[in-house]
Design a protein around this ligand. Structure first.
Ligand code: SME
Length: 157
């Protein structure tokens, strides 16, 4: 496992890479696909990495967006699971043991811990959540939160 300093440095390097690759690209799906790909391959503790978008046709539901990893659930209602909780509360959620989280949605039983960051535009609209799962317990900490919140904000607001 990486040290806290190594993890922070890796997030800083990845953030720079993402800014460089996204330069000049305005398409949201292209940006989300790129962010999930670069992050997924940068960290060994990432098992599933991707976006759930607020469905414009059903604004109280999240629908699967660009992701890396095993098959994800297609839809998550607001308020359900870790993703739906992050969407409703508009706050990052860190869960050390997803099997102990009431209402957790098990898309892949191998997922053990999770971080979900809301994606909020500059005008304050929630457009998606960014979800990272690990296949081991308690893999996400404040360094992940800071690193991911910074990247999500820089990429989508
Ligand atoms: N575990 C999530 C569902 C999404 S996946 O893990 C891909 C949740 O409870 O929100």
């Amino acid at each position: 496992m990486m040290t806290a300093d190594e993890k922070k440095q890796r997030y800083a390097d990845v953030a720079k890479e993402i800014v460089a690759v996204l330069d000049g690209e305005n398409n949201l799906i292209a940006r989300m696909g790129t962010v999930s790909n670069i992050l997924h391959h940068a960290f060994e503790h990432y098992f599933w990495t991707g976006f759930y978008l607020v469905d414009p046709n059903k604004p109280d539901e999240l629908v699967i967006g660009p992701y890396q990893g095993s098959l994800g659930c297609l839809r998550i209602p607001f308020g359900k699971g870790v993703c739906g909780t992050a969407a409703t509360m508009r706050q990052t959620q860190i869960v050390d043991d997803v099997h102990a989280f009431a209402g957790h949605i098990a898309c892949d039983a191998r997922s053990q811990s999770e971080i979900v960051v809301p994606v909020i535009t500059a005008s304050g609209d929630l457009i998606a959540v960014f979800d990272v799962d690990s296949d081991q317990k308690a893999q996400f900490d404040q360094a992940d939160r800071e690193g991911l919140e910074r990247i999500v904000q820089a990429s989508f607001s």
